[in-house]
Design a protein around this ligand. Structure first.
Ligand SMILES: CCCCCCC[C@H](O)CC(=O)SCCNC(=O)CCNC(=O)[C@H](O)C(C)(C)COP(=O)([O-])OP(=O)([O-])OC[C@H]1O[C@@H](n2cnc3c(N)ncnc32)[C@H](O)[C@@H]1OP(=O)([O-])[O-]
Length: 728
């Protein structure tokens, strides 16, 4: 766990806990023993701490966090005790850093007397994203090096800094070239004693004159931008304590704030999210087809068909990851519009200093716009982003099948359509796969990849690998209408339309959802995505299923239907783009949503026409109805084998719909409410709304709820009554 060796008069202690040298109890104990051994050996004059493998250390071992008592135990060796041993050691201790030096890893480095790093190293305190704060005195030590303002920014944002930036801030003493160990040992040999100011607890916080002002400003920003999150606030308070209190009292304050977070439900949700994102990327179809063994096809060039908002965003994601793109549109006018869109997205990146003008120009060099689909004949992968129409997509895929080389992977950016039906139009169904991007495609992190019955493991491996390359968080699901994202979101939003039909106004519903932690209420989301888009999808579905959908429709095949959205469409209110939808906007395309009495009239008249008596609906009822409807559908996705584990559903909601990270995702939220209660409430709503089939409880949910025990989320799939896939 921590390997000890001696190079001349220098003791080298190597942190070794693959893959990221997480500071488990065992590693911390090994480190402590190593430092003590070096202290006890009179031949040793200085000590180097270094990481084995790719990183110095990713910080405390998060897998040990559920056992809060272990992490904070005063017994045995903790990060704090080893930190004290390092700092008080009379032999100089040098941390030699490569890869990442995060969280507890950076705290170890700040207990050390000197810090060296290679150019590519990254240093930071990401604890805030796990719902906690740097609890091994990081909030009291970093400000003593970099000053209040920089420490506050680093700890509250959780964003790492590069080695050159860390050198500029004074976190590093030196950046070294060549072999890190050799350089660190050489450096350590030049050191004899530990000067007073090399022990950070002895040093005052520099540049803290305006701390009160910076604190207030930051607090206001957090409350606005990270509404509902408690960790950033406690991080901020802890850093402020470094200015307000002497070191010994500051660390006590840090401990108190740390413990508050550590025992919070938010920290549980955020830490679950960390692991669920990783679990979701691990796909498994069978022993011979899974993320471990299946090989991908390298994607050196790509094609994008359709240069609308989606296609342009997808092209930007590929281009900015260094993948040359051939962009195809049907005519030069649309192509020109797409190129302008791409340029304006890139220009936005230049404005935000995410890239330079010359980097933008280089990116544009690898974009090849064309109106000839034949130009795609030799690309490795194509993503189609044309209008959501099955016939259109089938025709396109059939054409691509004839044009492209045999091993080109054909992806559809469909958000609902059955991948098998698209694949059927080709002679290579094994190469056809869904890549469902979320708008805006160059920003939203989620990529819902969809496999059909014939999609090969090689094709899946290719899109999963590509997703990571283009900085997306991929989740693999099986094909069905709407996949996981839209299947679950549909039930959520449908239930909220019923709530409006029964008594609340759209803005009242949106306020409740935003207080719950959603970044935007569902009606604002509708306005953003376009009321006309939803209307068209409903109409297409109606036509496909052979019924007529009008503003008078109340039931479809005995199922309750709410036509208010259709009435909003009929009034020419298509959403933000027309300056009016569920809300009134400051201008077409504007962002400022205002309540519109005309919308309220449409709703009230609708209810009058149908003879519906409106009623008061509580916040609890709104949350239960939309969340439990989505959760029940999530369980059905598991039953149908569309999703293979709850973590996939949660990752989709976190990164596709901005579900609050501190709640973990809808399935995790259900686990926190308790599945017994969720099940009982679903049964209750089924009794009250018998004409809505999404209130028929999933059998899997029922089994878990009736098992009589609190089944952990990791064991839920064992209760699946109809596993349709062999996936784990
Ligand atoms: C009394 C008070 C005591 C106070 C104590 C508190 C001390 C401290 O302040 C708190 C912390 O340090 S909090 C910590 C603050 N630190 C952070 O928040 C850092 C979180 N980690 C990261 O940012 C990224 O994982 C890396 C950049 C390290 C690697 O990225 P990459 O190359 O894309 O790879 P990848 O796929 O991401 O990870 C590979 C594998 O490593 C696993 N794993 C990773 N870190 C782990 C950890 N700390 N632990 C356990 N496991 C960790 C990860 O799960 C995965 O496992 P799998 O089974 O293969 O799926």
């Amino acid at each position: 766990m921590a390997e000890y060796k001696e190079i001349d008069s220098v003791a080298v202690i190597e942190l070794k806990n693959p893959p990221a040298n997480a500071l488990s109890k065992a590693l911390v104990t090994g480190l402590n023993n190593g430092v003590k051994r070096a202290i006890d050996n009179p031949r040793i004059k200085s000590i180097v701490l270094i990481g084995n493998g790719q990183h110095f250390s990713a910080g405390a071992d998060i897998t040990e966090f559920p056992r809060v008592a272990d992490v904070t135990s005063k017994q045995g060796v903790s990060l704090l005790t080893v930190g004290d041993v390092i700092e008080s050691c009379n032999k100089p201790v040098v941390s030699a850093i490569h890869g990442v030096c995060f969280g507890g890893g950076l705290e170890i480095a700040l207990f050390s007397h000197y810090r060296l790093a290679v150019q590519s190293a990254k240093l930071g305190f990401p604890e805030v994203s796990l719902g906690i704060l740097p609890g091994a005195n990081g909030t009291q030590r970093l400000p003593r090096v970099v000053g209040f303002e920089v420490a506050m920014d680093m700890i509250v944002s959780g964003k790492p800094v590069s080695a050159p930036q860390a050198l500029q801030y004074g976190i590093l003493d030196k950046i070294v070239d060549g072999d890190l160990l050799t350089a660190a040992v050489q450096f350590a040999k030049t050191l004899n004693t530990v000067p007073h100011d090399r022990r950070l607890k002895n040093v005052p916080v520099p540049n803290s004159e305006n701390a009160n002002k910076h604190f207030e400003e930051k607090l206001a920003k957090i409350k606005q931008k990270q509404r509902g999150y408690i960790a950033p606030i406690n991080c901020l308070k802890a850093v402020k304590a470094s200015v307000d209190l002497p070191y010994s009292e500051g660390v006590t304050k840090e401990f108190q704030l740390f413990m508050e977070l550590m025992s919070s439900a938010q920290a549980r949700g955020q830490q679950y999210s960390f692991f669920s994102e990783r679990a979701a990327t691990k796909w498994y179809l069978s022993a011979s087809k899974n993320y471990k063994v299946s090989k991908d096809i390298p994607v050196k060039t790509a094609g994008v068909i359709g240069a609308g908002t989606m296609g342009s965003g997808i092209a930007v994601s590929l281009l900015t990851s260094g993948i040359p793109v051939i962009l195809v549109e049907q005519d030069s006018k649309n192509l020109e519009r797409g190129i302008e869109l791409i340029k304006s997205i890139l220009q936005g990146g230049v404005k935000l200093k995410r890239m330079t003008q010359s980097q933008m120009n280089q990116i544009l060099q690898i974009l090849q716009p064309t109106t000839k689909i034949e130009d795609l004949q030799s690309v490795d992968l194509i993503i189609e982003a044309v209008f959501e129409n099955l016939k259109l997509k089938q025709e396109l895929f059939s054409k691509l099948d004839k044009i492209c080389k045999r091993d080109t992977v054909l992806c559809s950016n469909t958000s609902t359509l059955d991948i098998d039906k698209i694949a059927k139009s080709t002679s290579r169904p094994e190469k056809v796969v869904g890549t469902h991007f979320f708008a805006p495609a160059h920003i939203m992190p989620l990529l819902e990849n969809v496999y059909g019955n014939h999609t090969s493991a090689e094709t899946i491996a290719t899109v999963m690998k590509l997703s990571k390359k283009i900085r997306k968080i991929p989740v693999l699901v099986k094909t069905c209408h709407g996949f996981v994202a839209n299947r679950t979101f549909f039930e959520y939003s449908q239930e909220l339309r019923f709530v409006v039909e029964e008594g609340l106004l759209p803005n009242e519903v949106d306020d409740i959802l935003e207080d719950f932690g959603m970044p935007m209420g569902v009606f604002k989301v509708n306005d953003l995505s376009g009321i006309d888009v939803g209307w068209r999808i409903r109409q297409e579905q109606a036509i496909a299923n052979g019924f007529n959908l009008t503003t008078n429709t109340r039931y479809i095949n005995g199922e309750r239907y709410c036509a208010i959205a259709d009435k909003i469409f009929q009034a020419g209110r298509y959403g933000r783009k027309t300056g009016k939808g569920w809300y009134q906007y400051d201008k077409p395309g504007g962002r400022v949503a205002m309540v519109d009495p005309n919308v309220n009239n449409i709703i009230l008249n609708h209810c009058k026409e149908l003879g519906l008596t409106r009623r008061k609906i509580s916040t609890q009822e709104v949350i239960e109805r939309c969340m439990f409807a989505a959760i029940n559908e999530g369980f059905r996705c598991l039953e149908d084998g569309i999703a293979s584990k709850p973590e996939e559903i949660d990752t989709i909601w976190l990164h596709g719909f901005g579900f609050p990270r501190y709640r973990g995702g809808p399935m995790f939220y259900a686990s926190q409410v308790g599945l017994r209660k969720v099940y009982e409430r679903i049964k209750y709503y089924q009794k009250h709304f018998p004409e809505t089939s999404h209130w028929i409880a999933s059998e899997m949910l029922q089994r878990i709820a009736e098992s009589g025990r609190n089944v952990p989320i990791s064991e839920w799939t064992k209760f699946n009554p109809t596993p349709t896939s062999s996936r784990l």
